[in-house]
Unconditional design. Structure first.
Length: 340
């Protein structure tokens, strides 16, 4: 019996942080360990190049870093196929065929792409490849006949566009070779978008407000001690605010079931007055370290042999290429462009 297929990936443009961890990586490891799916996780280096064409070295370095992040959170190459997008030329070929089924107007309407274009300030120099990346993302997903795609809420328009392309292809060529995927979105809204240490709505590299999975303990400690709390909570005996206080926000997300009672008691104490920020931060550090320490340890081990990491990615890419090649052959046959 064939298992349902799960596929997901990340643009390698830097190292992964706690936001990625609670928003998606943790869930991927759970899905992996359920053993009910055939799972593919990949580094979308071609997509990263659509807005970093002139910084290819950043992409290359990040491929290694993100692969290390994957392995250190517990993704297991024995259970998941890990691969690199650019090593599967079949994806680019599929993109060519899908491009003919999507209008320029439709691409320009994609709300995520629209806001990225505004945010990046491309203006007249918008690269064609960037505007088209949702089509290449549809190729990524359909090449593996993925049934489920676990992604953040910002990726909903990509899944929607992929579904449209599948329907259009299957209808146009009177076939059922392509599979309509479903997105799996974060259940927990708060964890789906982890705010930065400074209280900014998003943890991001450009804002410099994140804790990275690769940060050492001293760095994590410094970062936790600098977190945004309640600016009016000046003396320990002052009553403090929980709302908007990042320490409590993170405690709610990272605390386990059996920490809940302690966290509730701390909140009460803090609101009443008499509990200092240093104490709440030390407690948060303990809770974060419980999760981060084993990740860091595995990372240090894997990092000693980057050759092995790339060997894993090479093997995964070869396997992925076979799967994508089979779909491409079916696609060309459905289109009637198999001549010999
Ligand atoms: N767009 C995704 C991101 O920005 C990365 C990505 C590329 C992806 N292709 C994909 C995710 C296919 C899921 C499925 O993070």
């Amino acid at each position: 019996m064939t298992k349902p297929i799960i596929l997901t990936g990340d643009r390698p443009t830097g190292k992964l942080h706690l936001g990625h961890y609670v928003g998606s990586l943790k869930n991927r490891v759970l899905l992996q360990n359920e053993g009910k799916y055939d799972m593919f996780v990949f580094l979308a280096d071609q997509q990263a190049l659509t807005d970093h064409a002139k910084e290819a070295e950043i992409i290359k370095e990040s491929v290694g870093n993100v692969a290390l992040d994957y392995l250190s959170v517990g993704l297991d190459p024995e259970k998941v196929t890990l691969f690199i997008q650019s090593q599967i030329p079949e994806l680019a070929e599929l993109t060519m065929y899908y491009m003919n089924l999507v209008s320029l107007a439709r691409l320009e309407r994609n709300p995520t792409v629209k806001s990225e274009i505004a945010q990046k300030g491309f203006g007249e120099s918008l690269p064609t490849g960037f505007l088209v990346y949702p089509i290449s993302q549809a190729a990524d997903i359909t090449a593996f006949k993925a049934n489920y795609v676990p992604v953040g809420n910002d990726q909903k328009p990509m899944i929607e566009q992929t579904r449209e392309i599948v329907r259009s292809f299957n209808h146009t060529y009177q076939t059922d070779v392509l599979v309509e995927p479903e997105g799996i979105y974060p259940e927990n809204e708060a964890a789906g978008r982890l705010p930065g240490l400074d209280g900014n709505a998003k943890m991001s590299k450009s804002l410099g407000n994140g804790i990275y999975l690769s940060d050492d303990m001293d760095t994590v400690q410094k970062k936790v001690m600098s977190m945004y709390t309640d600016p009016n909570h000046i003396r320990v005996e002052d009553p403090g605010q929980i709302e908007g206080n990042m320490v409590f926000y993170y405690l709610d997300i990272f605390g386990q079931e059996n920490d809940k009672a302690d966290i509730a008691a701390m909140k009460e104490h803090y609101q009443k007055g008499g509990l200092g920020d240093v104490k709440t931060k030390r407690y948060l550090l303990e809770i974060l370290e419980r999760e981060l320490a084993p990740i860091r340890e595995r990372r240090l081990e894997y990092a000693q042999d980057m050759g092995q990491i790339f060997a894993i990615l090479k093997e995964g890419s070869e396997k992925a290429r076979q799967a994508a090649g089979a779909t491409l052959a079916d696609v060309k046959k459905a289109m009637g462009i198999h001549y010999f």
